[in-house]
Structures are given as C-alpha cells and as structure tokens.
Write a protein that binds this ligand. Structure first.
Ligand SMILES: Nc1ncnc2c1ncn2[C@@H]1O[C@H](COP(=O)(O)OP(=O)(O)O)[C@@H](O)[C@H]1O
Ligand SMILES: [Mg+2]
Length: 245
C-alpha cells in the first residue's frame, strides 16, 4: 500500500499507487470509476450493497485482479438530506470525509487490522462544496453480524472473537462512531472484519470506548431478543487479551 494523489481541475483522487499505476507510473484509476453509472452502463455491477442503499459491488475487470470492489458515494440520510444529499461544505481536501476515511483505512490496513483494503477515494470540488466516493476491496462471502445473530448462527466462540477484534481496534485508538451490527462483517471462515470508518478517528483512551460498545449493544437489541447474552459474550472476548490472527 502506497498512497498517492492525482489531481485534475475539479477532482482529486487519493489511491493505492502500489496497485493502480501503469508501467509509466501513471494512475490507472480515474474519476469516472467513482461513478456508479460508469459500471452500470458496462454491466459491471455485481449487486447493490445492503444498508443506506447507495453502495454497489462492482467488477473491476482489467483494473485489478480483485474479485470485486465496493463503491460507496458519500450521501446524507435523514433530515440533513433536505439540505443536500451529496454536497458537503468544503473546508480543505484533507478534511473531506472521503480522504480521511481513505487514509485511516490505509493506516489500519498497514497495521494488519481486519479492515477492507482501500482502493481509492475521489472528491469533486465545486466552489463551496465537495462530493465524493470511496472504493474498497470487497470481503468475499461476508455477512453482517446482524444477519448471523438473527439466524442464531453466532456461537459463543464467534462472539468472543468479535469482542477481541473490537478490542484490537480500541488498542490502536480507533473510535468507531457507528459501531453497529451491520458494520461488523463475518466471512466464510468466521473471520471478523470492521467496515464503514466514515467519521471515525484515532484518539487516546477514554469514555468513547465504552460508548462504542454501548452503541453496539443498542444495535444488537434491534436484531435479537437475547441481545444481552450476545453482548455478554462479546464483552468477554473484549476483556480477555486480544487475539492476533
Ligand atoms: N468491503 C466490503 N466487503 C463486503 N461487504 C461490504 C464491504 N463494504 C460494505 N459492505 C456491505 O455493504 C453494506 C453497507 O456498507 P457501509 O460501508 O456500511 O455503508 P453504509 O452503512 O453507509 O450504507 C455493509 O453493511 C456490508 O453489508
Ligand atoms: Mg454501514
């Protein structure tokens, strides 16, 4: 992983130059790759990601040997969407949520924490605002913790691993501001992954750690009547020494 920027008049891309440069060192990724329609018109959309309904799974084809990427435009939900769904106030390139999430993912990925490998972030600037999108590598055959809990296929061992993975992220200082049962993914080998690092940041230990866990508890309560027991197993894994894979 080696991050580099590539700027045109209105757009700026922060991308993994280790994997997305041609032999001359020029980027092979361009602004259009961050537009869902680019992939739709080519029949390269593999599916819509669950959630806010704006992310798509795409086939990068000759851009990469990865099986699939996830393209997520930055969009507002709820009341805030009434102002603008996709425009965010410009306060500087490095302050955009897209660039911040890209850099944070790269940092955690390099520390061998279980996050999806980031591919690139692209922002387009208008006078006062930016719009943007992020691409990550899709974790194959991943299902959300919410799904696993709902179908009662999350045993104690898995839940303890969820807790120990959260603990590993907390040890490096990651405050996941939206730690919910849909942002924890479980792959076919029952490995646990953390996704959706929008607005997250690294900070020193504090009350945010228990706030993260409390948020996860509230999220699980929406999917499972026995969420207290689920949380007890997660807490157990969290309190024990974190396991490293
Ligand atoms: N790298 C990834 N690999 C596999 N699935 C993913 C990946 N990123 C996102 N998803 C799926 O897409 C859903 C939504 O993605 P997420 O990044 O959480 O965006 P949001 O919550 O803003 O819609 C996730 O719950 C997950 O099911
Ligand atoms: Mg999410």
């Amino acid at each position: 992983m080696r991050l580099a920027t590539y700027q045109t008049r209105k757009t700026c891309i922060l991308y993994d130059a280790e994997r997305l440069c041609d032999a001359q060192g020029s980027p092979r990724i361009a602004p259009e790759h961050f537009e869902p329609d680019h992939w739709r018109t080519r029949g390269a959309v593999l599916g819509e990601a669950p959630g806010r309904g704006s992310s798509v799974f795409i086939d990068p084809a000759d851009l990469s040997t990865d099986n699939a990427w996830v393209l997520r435009p930055y969009l507002r939900g709820g009341m805030a969407a009434k102002v603008s769904r996709k425009h965010y106030l410009w306060t500087g390139l490095e302050r955009t949520r897209a660039f911040r999430e890209m850099r944070l993912l790269a940092e955690l990925y390099l520390q061998k924490l279980p996050v999806p490998r980031p591919v690139g972030a692209c922002i387009t600037r208008t006078q006062l605002a930016w719009t943007g999108a992020l691409i990550t590598v899709r974790i194959p055959q991943a299902r959300t913790l919410a799904d696993r809990v709902m179908e009662s296929s999350a045993d104690t061992a898995l839940l303890e691993r969820v807790g120990s993975v959260i603990r590993r992220f907390h040890e490096v200082g990651l405050d996941h501001v939206d730690l919910n049962a849909r942002n924890l993914l479980i792959d076919a080998k029952d490995n646990v992954w953390l996704i959706d690092l929008d607005r997250c940041r690294l900070r020193s230990p504090g009350r945010w750690q228990s706030a993260n866990l409390a948020r996860l508890g509230r999220s699980l309560a929406r999917f499972d009547r026995a969420s207290d027991m689920v949380m007890a197993d997660i807490q157990l894994g969290y309190r024990n020494l974190p396991s490293t894979p």
